[in-house]
Design a protein around this ligand. Structure first.
Ligand code: NAD
Ligand code: MG
Length: 378
């Protein structure tokens, strides 16, 4: 069997290290061809020693000591994503910084196992065009979208009536609006069901993550926004639902572990034996409960969906304002409630900018980041 070459962009992060755990069990089918990280040189060196990739890239921090032969700088992402010995690009970079690598990989005919949902939010149409022209494909790593893909299982688009994405509700699911205003960084980083990077953990607390996921689902599965819904499911066992035109509903379930969607993104549409997920025990996992989203108390969700509906550069503005505001919150410079306020302000100021090209989307992204920085004088 020829082994498929995998590039992992963001190999030192939560998804990147999860993927390497999966790949260490699947060495007969896959080899690690390329690894990139932003600043954690020590872990990257350790990973390179274990997996012996033909390419190693240190993207971000010029102060980090690198080994001979390592690529350095932001262009390493595109280089890693387009190498001849790479068949699958696992994009596990956080934020719009992952955009060019996704587009380049799709244009080069690669499978992109996409954790970096921000790519599709910023430039869903460009990604589709790159896949069409280059022959590449996107297979989602996000657990909700992996669930939907598995439920649709190749049935035609015309048979799907509605998608229902599940949301854990984050750490503040049952907090009052008044208490939410006082939420600290430590509170926001206590996710009840998933261990993830800091940015997506904060996004899960504001529900901006679910807005990004609704837009991601729109571009992946081609449904209009009024047929994509969100329901709160605190146990994170049902990963999403698909309702078909005859009224039948399929759900995909599993214990909350990203190993399963990572592996499926590598093997889709096939399934291969693996032992990463503990046995499924419905009694142990019960009860499974569902609640309506408290949209008024978590305004980032509606702001993001409205940006998706508006189209053009609005989703890119939503994403960039959120990235900048979350960075400020992580630095202790703004309050939790300032995040959706900054997003709303950025959308009002710049949401009408044109989309269409990479350059216009990046201009909107930059305008939104400037807006948030100036609003908070930094
Ligand atoms: P993380 O912060 O743990 O890891 C991010 C990785 O990207 C690190 O390896 C870092 O070195 C690299 N990186 C950071 N900034 C970069 C930049 N500017 N340029 C290049 N590389 C950079 O994040 P994560 O939790 O692994 O999330 C990665 C992506 O996967 C995000 O888009 C997130 O929304 C998505 N995702 C994560 C999970 C999860 O369980 N962690 C689940 C679903 C989707
Ligand atoms: Mg998700």
């Amino acid at each position: 069997m020829t082994r498929r070459g995998v590039a992992i962009l963001g190999s030192t992060g939560s998804i990147g290290t999860t993927a390497l755990r999966v790949l260490s069990r699947q060495r007969e089918r896959f080899r690690v061809s390329a690894l990139t990280a932003f600043s954690n040189g020590a872990l990257l060196r350790e990973q390179a020693a274990i997996f012996a990739p033909s390419f190693v890239g240190m993207v971000g921090d010029p102060a980090v000591a690198v080994d001979e032969g390592w690529c350095t700088g932001p262009q390493c992402l595109v280089e890693a994503a387009t190498r001849a010995d790479v068949d699958v690009v696992l994009n596990a970079v956080v934020g719009a910084a992952g955009l060019d690598a996704t587009l380049a990989a799709l244009s080069a005919g690669k499978r992109v196992a996409l954790a970096n949902k921000e790519t599709l939010v910023v430039a869903g149409e460009l990604a589709a065009a790159a896949a069409r022209s280059g022959g590449g494909e996107i297979v989602p790593v996000d657990s909700e979208h992996s669930a939907i893909l598995q439920c649709i299982a190749g049935r035609p688009h015309s048979e799907v009536r509605r998608l229902v994405l599940t949301a854990s509700g984050g750490p503040f699911r049952s907090w009052s609006r008044e208490r939410l205003e006082q939420a600290t960084l430590a509170d926001a980083l206590q996710h009840p069901t998933w261990q993830m990077g800091r940015k997506i953990t904060v996004d899960s607390a504001t529900l901006a993550n679910k807005a990004l996921e609704v837009i991601e689902a729109h571009f992946l599965f081609g449904l209009p926004y009024d047929r994509i819904e969100v329901v709160v499911h605190p146990q994170s066992v049902v990963h999403s639902f698909v309702e078909f035109v005859d009224g039948s509903v399929l759900a995909q379930m599993g214990v909350p572990s990203m190993e399963l969607p990572v592996l499926y993104a590598l093997t889709h549409p096939d399934r291969i034996p693996d032992t990463g997920v503990p046995p499924f025990d419905p009694v142990e996992l019960s009860p499974l409960t569902f609640e309506r989203v408290r949209s008024d108390d978590f305004p980032a969700l509606s702001l993001g969906v409205a940006a998706g509906v508006a189209g053009g550069a609005a989703p890119a503005v939503f994403n960039a304002a959120n990235e900048r505001a979350v960075a400020l919150f992580l630095d202790g410079r703004i309050a939790f409630g300032d995040i959706p306020r900054a997003i709303a302000g950025a959308l009002a100021a710049h949401g009408g900018m044109p989309g269409g090209s990479r350059e216009s989307l990046l201009a909107a992204d930059a305008a939104a980041r400037r807006y948030v920085a100036e609003r908070h004088r930094c």
